[in-house]
Design a protein around this ligand. Structure first.
Ligand code: HEM
Length: 375
């Protein structure tokens, strides 16, 4: 019961009810050989098919193979269940062309929306933890299962890819179905209340899935664009602000998560002006600016909290590893992020990494593999 189906029209790990843990990894391809890249994607698909079903990465397993050969599974997930593991892959803009080179004959296959994100206010992007030719998003309810899956895919990719950066996350910060209770992020607020939800197929088709006729749809239809942003929270500053400031900043109450001026979490955000011309919810609050009424668009958020120790200056290195899926980055994340320029939440956060990937559609059957239609 804790197995998430690997095959389907869309990749798992997008509208799948958000699991508790994340291991995200971005990789660079180190070979110039298209054949080696294709062989690795086929091997990855086979291993992912097995691991998401709760099996070892290879058919011999951690202890069933030759005594004097490295095992085809690393073993740390022996005895653990599938834990709703999903593995989702994406292709970065640099896979198609980098430094004017077309290593894999893919340059004319790059969909127009798959381009480096523009720069924004309130960011200090570190290139060492940004970008990447490929990515794997591993989500599971058990952190060891997610880490095991990434470790084995990286092992299988030896000689073809190297890890560029990775991020562990805990405590999903979004709900992606109406059946899940809304979790809280590290600021203590419910996060994911007004997210796009799996049950809303019409909105997913409009805002999340690449459709026939979209740029690159010959191989990407049924897929989605993934944007990641590592967002550091100035936790200590936040913690010394008043409850009222915190609620005015988000635009919702901290307890129930209700829009300011309303009572319950799922009450509508109050965009009706009061007689004095103002709104119940501040016009510079996060929810006011991010809401579709104002931003004109919607995204599927699927982020995780992180605490990566402390920064040596007595501050927690903590925040939100923001993950969003959308049909087009320009009319999704970019449009909302631009609209958040005057967001009072910006006083408490700083974006430190950025990446964008095109996630191909789902693996259809036993013969199919990640990215087949692209190659
Ligand atoms: C809503 C927190 C960054 C887009 C919310 C809510 C919270 C929150 C508490 C209200 C509950 C909900 O509807 O989910 C945060 C924190 C962030 C952050 C702590 C940074 C550390 C971002 C970014 C974007 C974004 C970078 C996109 C560019 C949205 C959207 C909503 C939302 C679209 C729903 C608004 C609505 O329809 O009412 N966020 N957020 N958030 N956030 Fe964020």
């Amino acid at each position: 019961d804790d197995v998430v189906e690997f095959t389907g029209r869309h990749q798992a790990g997008i509208v799948t009810p958000a699991q508790d843990r994340l291991h995200f990894v971005a990789l660079d391809v180190t070979t110039d050989s298209r054949e080696e890249l294709v062989a690795m994607l086929q091997a990855w698909t086979a291993a992912a098919r097995r691991m998401t079903a709760g099996q070892d990465a290879g058919p011999l397993g951690a202890v069933g193979g030759e005594q004097f050969a490295p095992p085809d599974d690393t073993g740390e997930a022996l005895g653990l269940s599938a834990s709703r593991l999903t593995l989702t892959v994406g292709f970065g803009p640099t896979l198609f062309t980098a430094d004017g080179r077309d290593r894999f004959g893919l340059a004319d296959r790059r969909p127009e929306p798959l381009a480096e994100l523009p720069s924004f206010a309130n960011e200090t992007i570190d290139p060492a933890i940004s970008g990447g030719d490929l990515c794997i998003q591993a989500c599971a309810d058990d952190p060891q299962v997610a880490v095991h899956a990434v470790r084995n895919l990286v092992r299988i990719g030896a000689g073809v890819v190297t890890v560029r950066w990775s991020q562990l996350g805990f405590g999903r910060t979004s709900s992606t179905t109406t059946a899940q209770a809304t979790p809280r992020n590290l600021m203590g607020f419910k996060d994911g209340t007004d997210n796009l939800k799996a049950e809303n197929a019409g909105a997913l088709d409009r805002f999340v899935w690449v459709a026939d006729g979209d740029s690159g749809s010959d191989w990407l239809a049924g897929g989605s664009y993934l944007v990641t942003r590592r967002i550091r929270m100035h936790i200590e500053v936040w913690d010394s602000s008043t409850l009222d400031e915190q609620e005015q900043t988000i635009g919702r109450t901290k307890g129930a998560g209700a829009p300011l001026g309303q009572r319950e979490e799922f009450d509508p955000v109050g965009f009706t002006a009061r007689v004095d011309g103002g709104f119940a919810i501040p016009e510079t609050s996060h929810v006011f600016l991010a809401h579709p009424t104002n931003s004109g668009t919607a995204i599927l958020r699927r982020g995780y909290s992180f605490v990566d120790g402390s920064d040596g200056l007595g501050r927690l290195d903590a925040g939100l590893f923001f993950i969003a899926f959308q049909r087009d980055p320009e009319t999704g994340f970019v449009q909302i992020q631009r609209n958040l320029r005057l967001d009072t939440l910006n006083e408490y956060i700083r974006h430190t990494s950025s990446a964008v990937f095109a996630c191909p559609p789902g693996v259809r059957d036993d013969a199919d593999w990640w990215g087949r239609a692209l190659f």
